[in-house]
Design a protein around this ligand. Structure first.
Ligand code: GLA
Length: 400
C-alpha cells in the first residue's frame, strides 16, 4: 500500500483533522526458516532470514492514555480501544491479542510511553502461511511503542519480551526464532542462532544464479490450534527421560552420538522419534550453515531434503499438501533442495532452485499440486530485509 493511501486510511479511521501531530511509519518483517525446525524451544540452532514482506504500522501519539488500534487486514470492524495502563484482556480472541500481549509485557517492565497511541496496522504476508505474521505484529508493536516513547529497547530484549507475550499471554509455547529474526534480521543474510545462549552469527546469502523460492500451499496452519504445544510437551517428556543419564537443560545439548547409545532409555516409540528429529535437525542446521558459507549448495540442499523427511517421519508435522509440494520440487532438475518451513501442518515450503530451472520448477509444482490437491500454490522469490525499523517520520498539520 502507498504511504499516501495509508495516511488517508488513518485519517478515515482515527481522524487527523484538528490534530497537530507526528506520524511515524514502522515496519517489522516476517521470516522464512532455511533449516532447523522445532529446535528453538529445545535449545538448538535455527537458520532463518527476515523477509521483505511483513507488517507496517502508522502511529500517532495521543494526549490521553487511551490506545486505539486498527488493522487494514481485518476491515469492517471498529478500532480496538484500551488504556495503555491496562492493555491486556484475557477474553480477547481477535488479532489484537498479539499487540496487546506485547504491551502488557512491556508494561510490566515499565517500558511504555506515558501517553496512548493510535496505530494503524497493515500486513502483506499471506495469513496462516507460517511466515510469522504474528511475530512481525508483536515485534512491530514493541518497536513502535518503544521508539515513540524514546525507551531505547534493546533488540534482543525486544525479541525475548515478544516471545514471552506469545508464551504467557497468547498461550503458544513457541521458541525465540520468529521474534529474533523479525527484530535482528539483516538484508542479504541468514542468522545462525543458538537458541540456548542467543549467540548468533550472520551467514551471507550469497546464492549465485540461484533463488530461494517460498511456495505457499494455501493450506492455512494455525499454531495454537495445531499440535504445536503437544510437540513441545513430547520434547519435554523426552528431555526428562534423558536427564536420568545426562546433565543437560535442553534436548539439543545431547550429541547425536550420546543419543544413539542412550536411545533405549526412551521406551515410547513416538517420544523417541520426536527426540531423534530434534537432535538430528540441530546437527543438520549446524552443518548446513557451514555448507552455505562455503557455497556448497548441493550439500545444503541435501540437508534441506533430509530435514523434510525427518519432519515427515519422525516429528510428524508434515501433511499431504507439504509432501506433495516437496516431492514435486525434488523431481525437478536444478532444484538443490526443498522442505517444509515453519511450525508445520500446512503453510509453506522453501526450495533452493537454480535460476535456469525456475520456470520448470513453477510449472511442475503448480500443475502437479493442482491435480493432486485441487487448488494452486502461490510462489514468492525470497527477498530479505533488515529487522524492525522506522520507515518515515512526518509532521502532520491541518492543511499540509
Ligand atoms: C513456529 C514457532 C517457532 C519455531 C517454529 C518451528 O514458527 O513460532 O518458535 O518453533 O514454529 O521451527
Amino acid at each position: 500500500m502507498k504511504t499516501s493511501n495509508f495516511m488517508a486510511l488513518f485519517d478515515q479511521v482515527f481522524g487527523l483533522s484538528g490534530r497537530e501531530t507526528e506520524l511515524r511509519l514502522f515496519f517489522a518483517p516476517g521470516r522464512v526458516n532455511l533449516i532447523g525446525e522445532h529446535t528453538d524451544y529445545n535449545g538448538g540452532h535455527v537458520l532463518p532470514c527476515a523477509l521483505s514482506m511483513g507488517t507496517y504500522a502508522l502511529v500517532a501519539p495521543r494526549t490521553d492514555s487511551s490506545c486505539r488500534i486498527f488493522s487494514q487486514n481485518v476491515p469492517n470492524v471498529e478500532p480496538v480501544k484500551f488504556l495503555i495502563t491496562h492493555p491486556w484482556d484475557q477474553a480477547e480472541t481477535n488479532w489484537s491479542r498479539y499487540p496487546r500481549a506485547v504491551l502488557s509485557i512491556l508494561g510490566e517492565r515499565c517500558l511504555l510511553p506515558a501517553h496512548g497511541l493510535d496505530v494503524l496496522y497493515y500486513g502483506n504476508l499471506p495469513g496462516g502461511a507460517g511466515l510469522s505474521s504474528s511475530a512481525s505484529i508483536e515485534v512491530l508493536t514493541g518497536y513502535a511503542f518503544g521508539e515513540v516513547g524514546h525507551l531505547n529497547i534493546d533488540r534482543v530484549e525486544l525479541a525475548l519480551m515478544c516471545r514471552e507475550a506469545e508464551n504467557n499471554r497468547v498461550g503458544v509455547k513457541c521458541g525465540i526464532m520468529d521474534q529474533f529474526a523479525s527484530s535482528m534480521g539483516r538484508k542479504g543474510q541468514a542468522i545462525l542462532l543458538n537458541c540456548d545462549t542467543l549467540e548468533h552469527r550472520y551467514c551471507k546469502l550469497d546464492l549465485p544464479e540461484t533463488s530461494l523460492v517460498i511456495t505457499n500451499s494455501n493450506k492455512p496452519h494455525t499454531l495454537s490450534a495445531s499440535s504445536y504445544n503437544q510437540r513441545w510437551r513430547e520434547c519435554e517428556t523426552a528431555l526428562a527421560i534423558l536427564r536420568q543419564k545426562f546433565e543437560v537443560s535442553a534436548l539439543c545439548q545431547i550429541s547425536g552420538h550420546d543419543f544413539n547409545i542412550s536411545v533405549g532409555l526412551i521406551e515410547d516409540g513416538v517420544i523417541r522419534r520426536r527426540a531423534k528429529h530434534v537432535i538430528t535437525e540441530n546437527q543438520r542446521t549446524l552443518e548446513a550453515s557451514v555448507l552455505l558459507e562455503n557455497g556448497d549448495l548441493e550439500g545444503f540442499g541435501q540437508l534441506m531434503n533430509a530435514s523434510h523427511v525427518s519432519m515427515r517421519d519422525d516429528f510428524e508435522i508434515s501433511c499431504r499438501e507439504m509432501d506433495v509440494l516437496t516431492e514435486l520440487a525434488w523431481s525437478v532438475d536444478g532444484v538443490y533442495g526443498s522442505r517444509m518451513t515453519g511450525g508445520g501442518f500446512g503453510g509453506c515450503t522453501v526450495s533452493l532452485v537454480r535460476n535456469d530451472a525456475l520456470e520448470k520448477f513453477k510449472k511442475t509444482v503448480e500443475q502437479g499440486y493442482l491435480s493432486e490437491v485441487g487448488y494452486s500454490p502461490t510462489f514468492y522469490i525470497t527477498e530479505t530485509s533488515d529487522g524492525a525499523g522506522t520507515i518515515q517520520v512526518r509532521n502532520f498539520n491541518i492543511g499540509q
